[in-house]
Design a protein around this ligand. Structure first.
Ligand code: PGA
Length: 251
């Protein structure tokens, strides 16, 4: 059985390199305690270099990457650069980036380039709100279809898809999703993926859930949510909670 995948999205935290180093040391320690779980840490880029060492089940992720390798793109960082400082994964299409104006088309370009650069993209998708008519299902289908449009079927299985309903993310979350919500959506997403990339690649794609994951609810998502991992924001900065989340994935 493949290892469960626990991704720590530090977002724009912590404030100093000293704090980042301490957080990193703890995250590596947690990964060493649970070798049966894949632990991925996505720090702010300025802290990434120098963090690349850890046990085999520990890796680094970028929180975004541009769609070209080098060039005149002030402020951007490419997937090739991330790979060269030791990142294995890259988060793409996070709702906080979409809120800043990122489109599905841009995400599609970034995703293809990241795969070519040898990174594993963690594609975030999720509806803003749940409506009774089911428009949210269409929204999700559209995000997947456009973001994966350029990916050849033979490499599509490498992608990780993170279901992250926007209403369940961050401090303003209305509530955490329930495992049964996540199970329903993982079945739906898997079906859409089959239509988009074929049965074989769709089966190979790892599905994870993100949005208000904490020490208490982690186990439920993993046991009954139909997902093979979790994307953790706030509680990845709290080492006690993060250790419990990784421990839940080890069970
Ligand atoms: P949260 O963030 O765990 O703080 O809700 C999750 C995410 O944005 O990936």
């Amino acid at each position: 059985m493949a290892k469960k995948l626990i991704i720590a999205n530090w977002k724009m935290n912590p404030e100093s390199v000293k704090e980042a180093d301490a957080l990193y040391v703890n995250s590596v320690k947690i990964a060493s305690m649970f070798p049966g779980v894949s632990v991925v840490v996505a720090p702010p880029l300025v802290f990434m270099r120098g963090l690349a060492k850890g046990p085999d089940n520990f890796s680094l992720a970028g929180q975004d990457a541009f769609w070209a390798g080098i060039g005149s793109y002030t402020g951007e960082v490419s997937a090739t650069m991330l790979a060269s400082v030791g990142a294995k994964y890259v988060i793409l299409g996070h709702s906080e980036r979409r809120a800043l104006g990122e489109s599905d088309e841009a995400i599609a370009q970034k995703l293809l380039f990241s795969l070519k650069a040898g990174l594993i993209p963690i594609l975030c998708v999720g509806e803003k709100v749940r409506d009774a008519e089911g428009a949210y299902l269409k929204e999700l289908g559209q995000q997947l279809a456009t973001s994966l449009a350029k990916v050849p079927k033979k490499i599509a299985g490498k992608v990780v898809v993170a279901y992250e309903p926007v209403w369940a993310i961050g401090k303003n979350a209305t509530r955490a999703a329930e495992p049964h919500d996540v199970l329903e959506m993982s079945i739906y997403i898997r079906r859409i993926l089959m239509n988009l990339v074929g049965a074989e690649a769709a089966k190979a794609i790892t599905l994870v859930y993100g949005g208000s994951v904490d020490a208490k609810n982690a186990e439920g998502f993993l046991s009954t949510g139909g997902v093979a991992g979790l994307l953790v924001g706030r509680d990845s900065l709290n080492q006690k909670s993060f250790e419990k989340i990784v421990a839940a994935a080890a069970h």
